[in-house]
Design a protein around this ligand. Structure first.
Ligand SMILES: N[C@@H](CCC(=O)N[C@@H](CS)C(=O)NCC(=O)O)C(=O)O
Length: 350
């Protein structure tokens, strides 16, 4: 675990010396892939959606990277965007491509360490070396290393190539989705880390209380709604899913988030099982990477590195969510590639 300072790797743990609180560094590369390479929010453009041009670097342990893998799968992008998986052990060199820890290797350059990918972008890079990372093979640059933005790109930029109409961020639901994300990110997604990486009792308890207060709110919400934003499954669900799927196996014990387990919440656990059973999703969940990574890598909080054998999880059990009205994923209007628009869908002529 460490970071790059002016292109040189330094092995050091997070600095919580100010007040015991863990603070996550802002992602530094924020370019956008767009259908035609026109500028995205805050960039100058040049990143057009193309088959084979972009490559995704992920850890199967990481909840932020997991979001991008799910969107890649559900949006039918596996043949268009390649993936390299880092090993689950994050040790003195940070993320590595060591096959001993389940890495696929770096498919592009055969690098040993992920930090080499960052210095390939900028030989003087300063900052943490995180996954996910989206790489542009043509410009040899990092497009983006912020998962919240990568999933937005995957949701729409490649639709002209894939013909996918599935929309996990539909315009009419954006206000609702943004409001959910704004609460769930600090309290739950990052909240479990704020509890687990806290180095004072007060910082831990503050994160713990906010986390479980938010889970109570979400439990009530999911008693009324099939999905977080209502009848449609959206990105807000996938963003929460990647945290909650790790909760009982890791955060409950390793990060001391142990007031309750997800399995103790009837609505959250049913919702979690429905999402886990969503076609294609279980294949993106790897509990060997998840458990081994956290317990073996974070030696400051688990010095022996012993990985617990449990818990027994029963994610294939029926989800019991069908009593709530659900419409699945929103579909944008329009024709699939190669399919003509049916006359009934054309606007009436004069
Ligand atoms: N804001 C980033 C956060 C990514 C992140 O922190 N990833 C973790 C793995 S779960 C990481 O690579 N940490 C390495 C480090 O902090 O040194 C995102 O959501 O994409």
């Amino acid at each position: 675990m460490g970071l790059l300072i002016e292109g040189r790797w330094h092995d050091q743990w997070y600095d919580t010396s100010k007040d015991g609180r863990f603070r996550r560094e802002q992602a530094q590369r924020r370019n956008w892939i767009t259908p035609d390479g026109s500028p995205g929010p805050g960039d100058t453009g040049g990143f057009a959606a193309e088959t084979g041009r972009y490559h995704l670097y992920v850890s199967l342990a990481c909840p932020w990277a997991h979001r991008t893998l799910i969107l890649r799968r559900l949006k039918g992008l596996e043949a268009l965007i390649g993936v390299s998986v880092v090993g689950w052990l994050m040790g003195e060199h940070g993320w590595t491509f060591d096959p001993q820890y389940g890495s696929t290797g770096d498919a592009l350059d055969g690098f040993d360490y992920l930090h080499q990918r960052y210095t390939a972008d900028d030989p003087a890079y300063t900052g943490r070396v995180t996954v996910p990372l989206l790489w542009d093979r043509q410009l040899e640059r990092i497009v983006n290393n912020e998962s919240a933005e990568i999933i937005r790109m995957l949701n729409s930029a490649f639709d002209g190539l894939t013909g996918s109409r599935l929309d996990f961020y539909p315009a009419p639901l954006r206000g609702e989705i943004d409001a959910l994300n704004a609460r769930i990110y600090p309290n739950v997604n990052n909240g479990v880390y704020r509890a687990g990486f806290a180095t004072t009792q007060a910082a831990y308890e503050e994160a713990f209380d906010r986390l479980f207060a938010e889970l109570d709110v979400l439990e009530t919400l999911l008693g009324e709604r099939r999905y977080l934003a209502g009848e449609y499954l959206t990105e807000a669900d996938w963003r929460l899913f990647t945290t909650l799927i790790r909760f009982d196996a890791v955060y409950h014990g390793h990060f001391k988030c142990n007031l309750r387990r997800i399995v103790d919440y009837p609505n959250l656990s049913g919702w979690l099982r429905e999402l886990y059973q969503w076609p294609g999703v279980a294949g993106t969940v790897n509990f060997t990477h998840i458990k081994s990574h956290y317990y073996a890598s974070h030696r400051t909080i688990n010095p022996t590195g012993i990985v617990p054998k449990g818990p027994a999880l029963d994610l294939d059990r029926p989800h019991d969510r069908a009593h709530l009205p659900g419409r699945g994923v929103w579909e944008r209007p329009g024709a699939y590639r190669g399919e003509s628009v049916r006359p009934a869908q054309r606007s009436p002529g004069p």
